[in-house]
Design a protein around this ligand. Structure first.
Ligand code: SF4
Length: 304
């Protein structure tokens, strides 16, 4: 997917730290509004309706300005997730540096900071990340849901999978906890085992999350499958129109068996804070996101 021209604006917000309703809980921090990666399955694209923008999701971005965080200690021990509805390391971060500014403001907070990205721009800040890692709990997560760059290019305008994996390796080798976030898992397309094999020696955690098509992008993804992978259309109709869970249940089983084979822990809706022996990342089942929302990573799932 080509990166389109981005309309850039500026917005002022009273407080950059927002309480999160995501499964991980804590605070969500998004230094930008909008996201140039323009993923076709973006669950955050609903945000557009609150922004007044008429451009497509991915074609606008507002740079946030906020009062400096003067009491960072207030977030000690709290989870702070950077990049829940934008990628803080989107290409425009190179120019505007808002994510770096935010991390500078939080570096002595004692917060448990998680950075979610699809970029390798994070390497620009490796010095700062190492400093943060010395004083706080820090984790950096890359979304990787395919090793097929052509499929990736059909889905998003972020950097290649190879660049993401190379960045993950450097950050891991620098001594910072990393996550390979296999998300969203596309039935019949995402090969979780191949991705696991590729990433297992450079991450502490592997998170698994299914493709959720409840958003306004459902028609676009179903249209893509009909056009590019018509043999998968009956499966997608079963899952997304008839709510058949057997495909994802089979994948959960497969992930559990894979964990066993590789001597990895397999947990449901937990994010243990630990470094693990190389090659044995903990595999975390986050399938059916809606069942774990608000559970604070307690290992409990609100089964439907
Ligand atoms: S990187 Fe995340 S926030 Fe950005 S477009 Fe993709 S899914 Fe949406």
């Amino acid at each position: 997917m080509e990166q389109t021209e981005i309309k850039i604006g500026f917005v002022r917000t009273g407080n950059i730290m927002t309480k999160s309703s995501a499964p991980l809980g804590g605070y969500s921090v998004n230094p930008y509004v909008g996201c140039p990666h323009a993923c076709r399955y973006c669950y955050a694209s609903f945000m557009k309706r609150f922004t007044g923008h008429t451009e497509d999701w991915g074609a606008f971005m507002d740079v946030k300005e906020w009062p400096a965080i003067t009491d960072p200690g207030k977030y000690a021990g709290q989870k702070v997730i950077v990049g829940t509805v934008t990628d803080g390391y989107n290409p425009l971060e190179e120019k505007f540096g808002r994510t770096r500014l935010l991390l500078e403001q939080l570096k002595d907070s004692g917060a448990e900071i998680l950075i979610c990205t699809k970029s390798d721009l994070v390497l620009r800040d490796l010095d700062l990340l190492l400093e943060i890692n010395g004083r706080n709990r820090l984790t950096v997560s890359w979304s990787v849901n395919t090793l097929d760059e052509a499929f990736k290019n059909d889905m998003d305008a972020a950097v290649s999978i190879e660049r993401r994996l190379a960045a993950m390796k450097r950050v891991y080798e620098a001594g910072i906890r990393t996550v390979c976030f296999i998300s969203p898992v596309f039935p019949g397309i995402t090969d979780i085992e191949a991705i696991f094999e590729r990433a297992k020696d450079q991450c502490d955690l592997v998170w698994l999350e299914n493709l959720n098509l409840r958003g306004g992008f459902k028609a676009g993804i179903m249209g893509y499958i009909a056009q590019k992978r018509p043999e998968l259309l009956p499966l997608y109709e079963e899952i997304y129109n008839k709510r058949d869970r057997s495909c994802f249940e089979a994948l959960e089983k497969k992930a559990e068996e894979m964990a066993k084979r590789h001597g990895c822990r397999f947990v449901d809706n937990e994010t243990p804070y630990e470094r693990v022996p190389q090659g044995h990342p903990t595999i975390v089942d986050y399938f059916y996101h809606e069942e774990v929302r608000g559970t604070g990573n307690s290992g409990v799932r609100n089964k439907r």
